[in-house]
Design a protein around this ligand. Sequence first.
Ligand SMILES: *Cc1c(COP(=O)(O)O)cnc(C)c1O
Length: 391
Amino acid sequence: MSGAVVAMPALLGVYRPAPPVFVAGSGSWLTDAGGRRYLDFTSGLAVNALGHGSVVVADAIRDALGCGLVHASNLFRTRPAAELAEWLVAHSFAASVFFANSGAEANEAAIKFARRWAREAGGAEKHEIVSLRGSFHGRTIGALSITDRPEYRRPFEPLTGGMRIANPWAPGELEAAVDAGRTAAVILEPVQAEGGVRVLPPELLRRVRAVCDAAGALLMFDEVQVGLGRTGTLWAYETTGVVPDVLTLAKPLAGGLPMGAALLSERVAAAVRPGDHASTFGGGPLVASVALAVCRTVAEPPFLASVRSKALLLDSWLAALARRESVVEVRGTGLIRGLEVREPAAAVVDRALALGLLVCTAGPATVRLLPPLTIPDAELRAGLDLLEAAL
Ligand SMILES: *Cc1c(COP(=O)(O)O)cnc(C)c1O
């Protein structure tokens, strides 16, 4: 053994974390090891919807631990997963729910269930999943195969077959991509988040729904980032007039504990048989208890109304920022917003951090804002003042 030893970080270098080491959180604030406080407009990537140190989350964890049941596996029945599934069914189009542990896993499950349904509907040829230009659905091989990010895909090719990405803004491209004999499902994010915070217009969603119906294909919405209140309604699809056959959820679902879900319409659920899919951890009693508390909190009409009123404030404040020379465009809805800037978005993120504001990027040129849904109006304003200084 000889030669220089290269010191490798024990934590694998797949991330480029910012310098602060966070040791505490409260509401919209994080505190680093040096005692400095930062206003958090990332919410752990849309996960901490109720803010840090949420009493709802802490109480739910404590209550769930009280009976000593963290995990039992899906060999057995536990109550929280069943109650959470019933709640989700009662509050959506869905007839049945599968629980996973992340957004990518929820989408993997959705792909499998779509293929299961399509095989019965149209035979083995009917297996293709069509996703859209600008999409992000996760980093596992299947989810990556429906994600339109060449730089994430290229080092890991070949990806999964039977996937196709269509540009819905190119005349006829979507119609050509979706075929009655071949297509099992189209998957899309009603608000493309990682792809630059782009709200898909309702007329586009209606067109995709019509194309799917004409081809006997399912329509699947990935609301992993924008579902559960972030747009000011419980589900992002509610305001579009378009209802999907499958909906995937994850980020805010269990208050910071890992959980994903695939919500299925009756015809999709009816095609799934015991043994078709499984997850050792999926729907465990601890995470499901916490998720139920989060869901009940977010779905309260006054809670959703407060998100909408914060969104209105953001509309007017961001309209002022949009007139700045350094800003190309402001996009988004509810409490997910993107500012396209004339310099690398990462430079704005770094300057905001130095000023004590945490924001993130959505692609190379867009600064993304994801404040907690519980943020007080004054802190929302304070964050925008810091953002303006960073610009
Ligand atoms: C974050 C995200 C995913 C992936 O979720 P993970 O939990 O990181 O696997 C999938 N779809 C969308 C829309 C996302 O924002």
